[in-house]
Design a protein around this ligand. Structure first.
Ligand code: HEC
Length: 486
C-alpha cells in the first residue's frame, strides 16, 4: 500500500516535471522574442524614451522572475523525485547504488561548474594583469587587449569606471559561483552527511552523534563567514600584510579545529568547503551587489560609488588567493600521506601557504613584475611539506612472522569493506575495487597495504574495525620479510 502510494507520487512528479520543463522553454522563447522585437523597434526609432525603457525593463524583470520561479520549482521537484526514489529503495541493496549514482552526477556537476568559475576567475585576473594600458587607449578606457583563440581574433576594452550608457546585453558571471557552491554542498551531504557515521565521524578523534557532527560542520561555515566578513570591514583590511597574516592564522585555527572533530578526510574537505563558502559568499554578498549598484548608478547617470568597486575588487583578490588551496583540498582525498599524517592540519595549513604563494608569484608574473624570491620560497615551503610527510624510518621486529598469523587479521579487519559483496551496508561494491579474499589478493597489494596500514594508518577507514598497533606491527614485519604466503 505504502509503496503503491510512493510509485503514484513518483509518476505524478515526473509528469509535473515534464510540464514545467516545457513551460520554461516557452518562457525563454517568449523572452528572446520580446528582446529582438524591442531591438528592431529601437533601431527604427533609434532612441526609446525613458518611460518606455522603464516599462520594458520592468516587464523583462517580471518575466525573468517568473522564469526563475519555474527553475526553482523544477529543482524542488527533482529533489523530491530523488527523495521518493530513495524511500522506495531504502534498506535494499539498491540504496548504496542510488547513492553512488547521485555521487557521480553531482560530482560531475560540481567539477564542471567549478572549472567554469575558477576558469573565468583566472581569465579575468589574467586579463586585468595583461591589459595594454598605454598604447592607443582612449581617455575613458583603462586599457585594451588583442587575443586570438579558437581560430578567431578578439578585441577587448576595459572602461575606467563605466560606459556612458549601460548596454542592454550585459553578461554577468555569477551562476558559475552559485552552482559550484550548491553542487559542492550537495556532494558534501551525499558523501559525508548522509553517511556521517562511516565517513564524517571517527570515534577515535571525537565520538559525537551524527546530527551533532553535521551541525558543527554547517555552523563552522557560517561562523567562518562572519569572522572573515568582519575582518574585511575592519581597518585591518587596509594593512595588506597584517590582514594576510591574521587571516592565515585564523584559517590555520579552522584546520586545527576540524582535525579535532572530524575524520581526517572529512577535516580536509571541510577546510576546503569552508574556504569555498567564503568565496561564493564574496560573490553573492559583496561582488554582485556592488556591481548591481554600479550598474544602477550608471543607468541613473550619477557617478558610481567608487568604494563599492574597490571593496568588490578586494574580495575578488582574496578569492584569487583561495583558489589553489581549495583545488588542493578537492583532490587531497587521493593522497593519504597528507591527510593521514600525524599533524594533518599542519600539513594542510603549510600546503595552503605554499600554494597561495605560488598564486602570488603567477599574479606578479602576469603583471610583468618579476620577483626573485616569491617563487623559490613558495617552492621551498611545498618541498618542506613533502619532507615533513615522508615515512619515518621504521624497524619492524626481526621475529619471523608467517602468513598464518597475518591472514586472520586481514580477514577480521579489512574484508568488512574489501570483499566482493561488502558486509558494510554503506558500500555497494568494494572500495576502489580492492578485495582481500585470497592470499594472492593480499600479496599483490602489499605495497599499498604498507602505505595505508603501517605508514599513514589511514586503513581500516577511520579504524572502524578497531585494528590494534600490534596487528599493524605484525603486518609490517611480514611485508618487510618478503610477504611470503607459505
Ligand atoms: C570501513 C571500511 C573499510 C575497511 C574496514 C578497510 N577499508 Fe580500505 N578502503 C576503504 C575505502 C572507502 C577506500 C577508498 C578510499 C581511500 O582510498 O581512502 C579504501 C581504500 C583502500 C586502499 C587503497 C586502494 C587504492 O586503490 O589506492 C587500500 C590499500 C586499503 N583500503 C587497504 C585496506 C586494508 C589493508 C584494510 C584492513 C586492514 C582496510 N583497507 C580496511 C574502506 C575500508
Amino acid at each position: 500500500m505504502f509503496h503503491t502510494l510512493l510509485y503514484c507520487l513518483f509518476g505524478l512528479l515526473v509528469v509535473v516535471l515534464l510540464m514545467l520543463t516545457g513551460l520554461s522553454y516557452r518562457l525563454r522563447k517568449f523572452l528572446l522574442k520580446k528582446e529582438s522585437e524591442s531591438e528592431s523597434e529601437s533601431s527604427t526609432i533609434n532612441i526609446e524614451s525613458a518611460a518606455e525603457r522603464c516599462k520594458r525593463e520592468a516587464r523583462e524583470e517580471r518575466l525573468s522572475w517568473i522564469q526563475g520561479t519555474v527553475y526553482a520549482a523544477i529543482l524542488v521537484i527533482v529533489v523530491s523525485i530523488i527523495f521518493f526514489f530513495w524511500m522506495i529503495v531504502k534498506d535494499t541493496p539498491y540504496e548504496a547504488h542510488l547513492m553512488e549514482w547521485l555521487n557521480i552526477v553531482v560530482r560531475l556537476m560540481h567539477i564542471t561548474f567549478g572549472i567554469a568559475w575558477i576558469g573565468a576567475s583566472f581569465y579575468f585576473v589574467w586579463l586585468e594583469n595583461a591589459l595594454n594600458r598605454t598604447e592607443n587607449v582612449r581617455d575613458e578606457l583603462a586599457g585594451n587587449l588583442w587575443a586570438v583563440h579558437g581560430g578567431g581574433f578578439y578585441y577587448l576594452e576595459k572602461y575606467k569606471v563605466a560606459p556612458k550608457e549601460i548596454p542592454k546585453h550585459l553578461h554577468w558571471f555569477k551562476y558559475e559561483a552559485y552552482f559550484t557552491w550548491l553542487s559542492g554542498f550537495t556532494l558534501l551531504c551525499i558523501v559525508y552527511y548522509f553517511n556521517a557515521k562511516s565517513f564524517l565521524i571517527d570515534k577515535h578523534v571525537l565520538d559525537v552523534a551524527p546530527l551533532t557532527a553535521v551541525g558543527i560542520g554547517i555552523a563552522s561555515f557560517i561562523v567562518a563567514w562572519i569572522i572573515y566578513d568582519l575582518l574585511c570591514k575592519s581597518p585591518l583590511i587596509n594593512k595588506g600584510i597584517w590582514f594576510a597574516i591574521i587571516g592565515y592564522i585564523i584559517l590555520g585555527a579552522f584546520a586545527f579545529f576540524y582535525s579535532k572533530v572530524f575524520s581526517s578526510r572529512a577535516a580536509y574537505i571541510h577546510f576546503g568547503a569552508m574556504i569555498g563558502t567564503l568565496m561564493a559568499a564574496n560573490v553573492f554578498f559583496v561582488i554582485i551587489p556592488a556591481q548591481k549598484a554600479m550598474v544602477n548608478a550608471a543607468k541613473k547617470g550619477v557617478p558610481p560609488d567608487a568604494t563599492l568597486g574597490k571593496k568588490a575588487l578586494q574580495r575578488s583578490i582574496h578569492n584569487n588567493y583561495f583558489t589553489l588551496p581549495v583545488l588542493f583540498v578537492m583532490i587531497s582525498n587521493h593522497f593519504p600521506s597528507t591527510f593521514g599524517n600525524k599533524h594533518a592540519w599542519l600539513v594542510l595549513a603549510v600546503i595552503s601557504l605554499g600554494l597561495a604563494g605560488l598564486k602570488h608569484w603567477l599574479n606578479l608574473r602576469e603583471q610583468g613584475r618579476l620577483s626573485t624570491w616569491v617563487m623559490p620560497v613558495s617552492a621551498l615551503i611545498l618541498l618542506g611539506v613533502a619532507y615533513m610527510t615522508a615515512p619515518q624510518p621504521h624497524v619492524a621486529s626481526k621475529e619471523k612472522v608467517t602468513f598464518a598469523e597475518v591472514y586472520p587479521i586481514i580477514q577480521q579487519r579489512c574484508t568488512f569493506c574489501h570483499s566482493t559483496h561488502p558486509a558494510n551496508k554503506d558500500l555497494s561494491a568494494p572500495p576502489n575495487g580492492v578485495v582481500y579474499e585470497t592470499p594472492e589478493d593480499i600479496v599483490k597489494l602489499k605495497d599499498k597495504i604498507m602505505q595505508r596500514v603501517v605508514v599513514t594508518k589511514t586503513m581500516p577507514q577511520n579504524n572502524q574495525t578497531n585494528m590494534t598497533d600490534e596487528e599493524r606491527e605484525l603486518i609490517c614485519a611480514w611485508i618487510e620479510q618478503g610477504a611470503s604466503i607459505k
